[in-house]
Design a protein around this ligand. Sequence first.
Ligand code: PNS
Length: 171
Amino acid sequence: MATSSVQRVAVYPGTFDPLTNGHVDIIQRGALLFDRIVVTILNNPSKSPLFNVNERLEMARAVFKSQSNVEIDTFDGLLVEFVRRRKASVIVPGLRAISDFENEMQMALMNRRLHSDIETVFMMPAESYTYLSSRLVKEIFALGGSVRGLVPDLIESHLTAKATGNGGLNV
Ligand code: PNS
């Protein structure tokens, strides 16, 4: 059987404010399926994120520092333009529940219309993460609940640092 030297590069886009264990689960599955997975963080200050884009970039890089085929980057503008710039061929949105599907399919078909050579491959996290979202993590944390097990330990430490006003990053 002929082997191909073509690298299969996938892009996993999102806001990641903050990165959750559901995101980590999808990234790890993607890293097994593709030669390289580029996690790209949308730089959209109008969303008033808890962590600015550089903080999110540094934290995600720290979480995946020992995984050589996982790369973290940021983007603004059209996702498909980023995908082309990075010479990737696949977008991997994470699907938690059927309710995610309508919006994700709409974006996938619109992205295909913009660039027909880019495919979207939906990936599902482990069942235990299907109800997890960055929004709920922030809400639980802000109300004093525990987010242990919902986010990587490093992210939990940075949430605590933000809450105590000691938000400087030392990842
Ligand atoms: O984590 P999120 O907020 O659900 O991620 C949404 C994201 C970043 C994947 C989506 O908003 C996006 O792709 N934005 C880039 C702008 C773009 O390409 N828009 C056209 C999509 S059809």
